[in-house]
Each structure stands twice: as C-alpha cells, then as structure tokens.
Write a protein that binds this ligand. Structure first.
Ligand code: T1G
Length: 680
C-alpha cells in the first residue's frame, strides 16, 4: 500500500474540544505503514493543538480495524512500528477513546486497548485471533488485555483466538458502552467527560476466573499449536513482570513466531482461503435462492440440511420411505438438541430451524424449489435416473446439484435438458461441521449456476473451492494417490503403525490406516470391486486391504481392520497379510524409517497435486492446499502439500518424486511441478 495515498488513510476533524481521528483504509482498515504514520501524526497534531482535550479514534460507523496488514508480513518493516504508535497513544497526556463500529481484531483491538475508553456498536466483534496465523499479539495485547479483564478471560480470548460480540465484551469489562448505530457520538461524549488517563500499564492483572480451566480449554488433551502455548506462557509470565518487561517478552516471542515456517504457512492459508472463491472471468450474477430441496436423509443429506437451516433456508427433505425420513429428521433434531444442551443455540432458535424443514417421500414435492442438492446412493445409474426425473418435475430454472464425491458430473448432467444448471456440491462429512465445499464445475455448467453455488456457500458459511470433473475431483483424487502410496510402503517393509506414526509426527491428526478404520474399509472395497474390470492389470495394485475386507475386517465398527480394537493395537494377522502380499508381488521387504515414509507419501501427494493443476481440475496451487488442509487433515501448520513443497529443497523433492515413480511403476504419470512462490 502506498504511503502517499490520494485520500488520506487517516483524517482528523475537530468536534468541540475533541479531535476525531478517522481511519479509512478499505476494506478492513488494516494497520498499514501509512495508517500507522497517519495515527502518529494525528496524535502529535492533537497534542499540539490549542483547546483539544481528548481524541476519539474511529474506523467509520460500521468498522474499526481488523489488525496489522497481513500482506506486510514477510517484507522489511516500515516505521513507525505498531507498538511505537500504541505506546505514543497510551503515553499521550490526552485521553483517547476508541469508537468501535465493527471488527476490532488483532492489532485493531490492541489499538483500542491502548486507549482510555472504548465504546462499541452492538454488532461489533472484538478479538485477538493472532494464534490462527501462528503468532501471538505483538503490540501489547498479551499484557494489556489481562490487566483489563483478568488472566483467565484473557487466556480464553487470546489462546482461543475467537472474537467475542460487543455485549459479551461489555460483560467482561472490555468495552465501556455498547450502543446501537454509529458509536462515534457516544465515544465523543465519553471523551468529553474523561479528565485523566486510564493506564493499564499501571495495573496488575486481577486474579479473577479459573486460569487452569482456561488453559485446559485451550489445550485439549494437553496439546496445542506452538503459538497457543507461547501465548499462554507470555500472558502468565508477563502478569508477574513490570509492564515494560512484559511488553519486551511479548515482542521477542512475537518476532520469533512471525518469522517461523508455521506462521508463513498459516498466512498462506489465510490468503488462500480468501482467493479461492474468486473465479476469473465469472461475470454472471448469482440467482436468488429461496427454497432448497435435499434428496436423501442419510448422514450427508441431514448434515447438508442442518447447514442450510442454520442459515435460514427452508428445505424440503426427501427420502424414499417414511421410516427413513423419520430417522433423518430425528438425527437433525438430535444434533440441534445437542447444541442447545451446550448453550450454543437457544430452544427458540432450534424450533425455528426445525420449522424450516418439510419432510417428503415423493420427488414431486420438489416442483417449487430453486435448488436441489442430491445426496442419494453413490451409484451412477441411481443418480442418472434421479436427475432425469428432477429435470422433468422441477422448474426449468432450478439448479440441480449432486453431492457425489467421485462420480462423473458430466454423465449426470447429460440426462437433463439443462446441463448448464447442473453441478456438483461435494460436502464433507459431517456436512454441518466441515467448512470445506468442493463446487464441481462440469463441462457445461453455466456461469449463473456457478455464481449461485459460490454465493450459497458463502451464506451457509462454507469455504468453497471450485474443481473440475475427474475421478475424485481435487481432494479425493489426491487422497487416493496418498493412500495408494501408503499401501505400497507396507509391502515394501513398513507397518500400518509405522506409516501412521510417521504421518502423525508430521502433523496429521490421524494416519491413513487409523482414518480408514474409523471410516470403514467396506466403502472403498466396494468401489475397488466396481472399478476392478476397468483396471489395467499391469498397474501396481496392493491387495492387502481386500484381504482384510474378505476376512470381515471393516475397521473399528467390526472390532478389527488395519488394527485391533479397542485400543488401536497393532495386529500380527495384518502384518502377516502384508508379508504374504509382498511375497506374492516378489518384493523384498526392508526397514523404512519415518523420514523416508514422510518423503515418499508427501511426494506422492505433491505429484498428484501437480497433475490436478496440469489437468485444469484446480485453478491454482493454493486451492489444492486448502482442500487438503480443510478436508483431509493435512496439518495447517505445514500450509498444504504445495506450500510444503515450495519450502523443500528442489533436489530432495525430485529424489522423492523419483522414488514414488519407481515404486508405482507402470501407469505412473509424472506431474509438472508448478512454480511455487516461497512466500505469499
Ligand atoms: N490484513 C490485510 N488484509 C486483510 C486483513 C488484514 N489483517 N484482514 C482482512 N483482509 C483482507 C482480506 O484478505 C480480503 O482481501 C478483504 O480484507 C476482506 O476480507 C500486531 C500481528 C476482518 C473478519 O487475523 O478475520 O494484528 O481478498 O474476505 O469475511 O498483534 O477478514 O478482498 O483482497 O475476510 O468480511 C490479526 C483477519 C492480524 C483478522 C472480515 N487480524 N481478518 O471478514 O472479509 S495480525 C486478523 C478477518 C495482528 C498484531 C498482529 C476478516 C474480517 P481481498 P474477508 P470478511
């Protein structure tokens, strides 16, 4: 951002004895170098002006400041630094009041904390979400917040990284007043009454609340990302130190984390998430969606319905028979009741959401809908028949979407007279929880349908990534390559526990074999059987999973799969099955260490990701990263497979890719690695 903007990013005006300082740096008033400089100049001007007794900082009626400018990270710092500006505000002889019209996040909240009073609009949200970016607050947040609201609450807010709404903030003493509409007049009124400074630096944090409980909540099962642990440490240690020393501790820790690989990865994901829904050349406006039809009241259909009703969409939920429908609606009621029990939803809101559902057993009831999301059985014949019927019975302008996770959306669209209105909406299970949504753009999907799907995703709080048609789209296609490589490693000498252990050490919450046992081995078995006829017999194929399924070992639900349950115990029967398969394939097993396992598996993923790009299935490398992170447990701290690849030595990566090629043999296709930016 240029330091010499045409309209100043910080403007001042006098209102009686109060100097109003307004930040205008759209879209979110990030604290760019120009804003920091502007704030400092405005403060100095107010201090020098005659008759000015106080200042009010505002970001306009509907926003405040969303924090440091994330795009400046990774570039040389430009003075003045944010801590310098905030120290000047806190140290000024003039009292300063923050008028918080909208989001006050990160450095934005720290700016408000350096002030002597805070007035917020009812819709404002206040938070220190830095840990989500792999860092801690770096401009006094870890020191001032505990002094204002107490240690326990501060740990909750900083280590949790979740913003709180204005009313809750007022309850904690974080803001002095909450008002409807523009908070500026009330902030000016408050500023006029302030006679002195309210310096948080002079206080010690009040020992209110349960600090240990706040820490335990931030570190489930005793584990937490590096930034969360660092935040807790800096808050606790800082509370026992003189303010200036606490600030210095915070700054040192902040800089160390800011320059870490993990922070770079998380910044990459932040920006990737924002660019994903932007589609080049998409000009058609979205169609308004009112009534939605969902077909299938199983796990997926009910999850999708939950996501829709939470956003206020009326839904007609169709299941083949009344018993299945009742079970589905019961499941929905159950999920909502759990939220009520956890105080995350009111009983009235639950009733209102349930009232949005109309259950039906006849497809004909879908005649009036604007959009159908089909989540029926994963079978091409079933889907083609359904779509042919839907094409007949729904309005000609209705959009028809399938939730298929593998099947060819072109083949489904072909049976309709409106292929331009057909697309895939691949939700991830549980659909009301998982944020990721792959929008599958088929060969004939029109711009209006795509724009509508993107708008719908935003309304229901999903992170949309557009994918092209291929077997498994972006995520399942890359995940299949990953799983295949893991199975090859077994034959070559590894065990399920060694592979899972190596990948869990890399940061996956669960290794692939533990995940398979959780999901059930039978689903992919039936898929493999379906595809058996079309498989090239020369292709390398590991049959260990088939052997387990033939023995009725479908994973946790049958008490055995890749492991024995309960307890996820390594199983000698599995080891024998692996050895037999290796012997049949003429493979001499050898020991494989965790580093080699990681390199091989990640390289297999990276290779498939390169092919996904080459084939035009994903629009950009960063789209692939967010699909794998949000849908498949790839560790966010590593930024996704392609970001990870961008941080590897090229030669080492090439060697690992070569090993994957060797191990896969016939049928292996080598992808061209994209040029990957080393820092975004
Ligand atoms: N810096 C730069 N750009 C930002 C930004 C930021 N902090 N926040 C948002 N944007 C851009 C975003 O990339 C997008 O741009 C546009 O604004 C709209 O965002 C010292 C170290 C404020 C709740 O983590 O949570 O302060 O893609 O699509 O859904 O301790 O943005 O359009 O070009 O998300 O209405 C801490 C991050 C920083 C807040 C608005 N702050 N932002 O949501 O719009 S670290 C954050 C948000 C820090 C100090 C430290 C959300 C939002 P483009 P959007 P939205």
């Amino acid at each position: 951002m240029s330091a010499v903007a045409e309209t100043p990013v910080v403007a001042t005006r006098r209102q009686g004895r109060v100097m109003v300082v307004e930040i205008a740096n759209p879209p979110v008033n990030a604290l760019s170098a120009a804003v920091r400089q502007g704030l400092l100049s405005a403060l100095r001007a107010a201090e020098a002006a005659r008759g000015v007794t106080a200042l009010v900082l505002t970001g306009g009626a509907a926003r405040f400041v969303a924090g440091a400018d994330i795009r400046e990270f990774g570039h040389p710092p430009v003075p003045p630094s944010l801590p310098e500006v905030l120290e000047a505000i806190a140290g000024s002889p003039l009292p300063v009041v923050a008028a918080i019209g909208g989001a006050a996040l990160g450095g934005g909240l720290e700016l408000a904390l350096a002030c002597d009073g805070r007035v917020a609009n009812i819709g404002a949200s206040l938070g220190l979400p830095e840990v989500n970016l792999g860092i801690i607050p770096g401009a006094g947040g870890t020191q001032r917040l505990p002094r204002l609201i107490g240690l326990a609450r501060a740990i909750e807010m900083i280590a949790g990284g979740k913003p709180v709404p204005a009313k809750k903030a007022a309850g904690m003493g974080l803001v002095d007043r909450v008002v409807e509409g523009d908070p500026l007049p009330a902030a000016i009124a408050l500023a006029e009454t302030l006679t002195g400074k309210h310096r948080l630096s002079d206080l010690t944090p009040p020992a209110t609340g349960d600090v240990e409980a706040a820490i335990a909540a931030a570190c489930p099962r005793g584990k937490a990302p590096a930034a969360v642990l660092a935040a807790i440490k800096v808050i606790r240690e800082g509370a026992a130190l003189p303010f200036a020393e606490g600030l210095a501790l915070e700054r040192r820790t902040f800089i160390e984390l800011r320059d870490s690989e993990e922070a770079a990865a998380r910044r990459h994901l932040f920006l990737a998430e924002r660019s994903a829904p932007r589609i080049d050349g998409l000009s058609a406006p979205a169609k308004a969606i009112g009534l939605v039809g969902v077909i299938g009241a199983g796990t997926m259909g009910t999850g999708i319905t939950l996501a829709l009703i939470a956003a206020g969409f009326p839904v007609i939920l169709v299941e083949r028979d009344a018993a299945g429908l009742d079970r589905g609606i019961e499941r929905i009621r159950d999920q909502l009741a759990r939220r009520v029990a956890a105080s995350r939803l009111t009983a009235e809101a639950m009733a209102a959401q349930l009232a949005l559902i109309t259950g039906a057993t006849e497809l004909a009831t879908l005649a009036p809908v604007d959009l159908v999301i089909e989540a029926a059985f994963e079978d091409m014949a079933v889907k083609r028949e359904l779509f042919a019927t839907l094409d007949r019975i729904t309005r000609p302008d209705a959009i028809l979407a399938t939730n298929t996770s593998y099947l060819d959306v072109n083949e489904i669209a072909d049976v309709t007279t409106r292929p331009e209105k057909v697309l895939g909406l691949h939700f991830f299970s549980p659909a009301h929880v998982m944020r990721l949504l792959e929008i599958v753009r088929a060969a004939q999907t029109g711009d209006e349908a795509l724009a509508t799907a993107l708008a719908l995703a935003k309304k229901i709080g999903k992170l949309a990534v557009v994918a092209g048609v291929c077997d498994g789209f972006i995520g399942n296609r890359i995940f299949s390559a990953y799983r295949r490589q893991c199975e090859f490693l077994l034959e070559e000498g590894a065990t399920p526990e060694a592979v899972d252990g190596a990948l869990e050490a890399f940061g996956f919450a669960m290794g692939p074999f533990a995940v398979a046992d959780l999901a059930g081995l039978d689903i992919s078995w039936s898929r493999r059987k379906r595809l058996a006829a079309s498989r090239d017999p020369r292709e390398r194929y590991s049959s260990v999973a088939d052997t387990l399924c033939e023995a009725g070992r479908f994973g946790q639900k049958t008490g055995a799969g890749w492991y024995r349950y309960p307890g996820r115990e390594p199983d000698p029967i599995v080891h024998r099955a692996i050895e037999d398969a290796a012997a049949r394939a003429g493979i001499t097993r050898r020991p494989l260490g965790p580093a080699e396992i990681q390199q091989r598996v990640l390289a297999a993923m990276v290779n498939e990701a390169a092919l996904v790009l080459e084939d035009g299935i994903a629009a950009r490398p960063s789209d692939i990263d967010i699909v794998l992170v949000h849908g498949y447990g790839f560790p966010a701290a590593k930024g996704g497979p392609l970001f990870w690849a961008s941080r590897q030595e090229r030669a080492a990566l090439e060697t690992a890719l070569e090993a994957v090629a060797q191990s896969t043999g016939f049928g292996f296709r080598r992808g061209r690695l994209p040029t990957l930016p080393s820092e975004t």
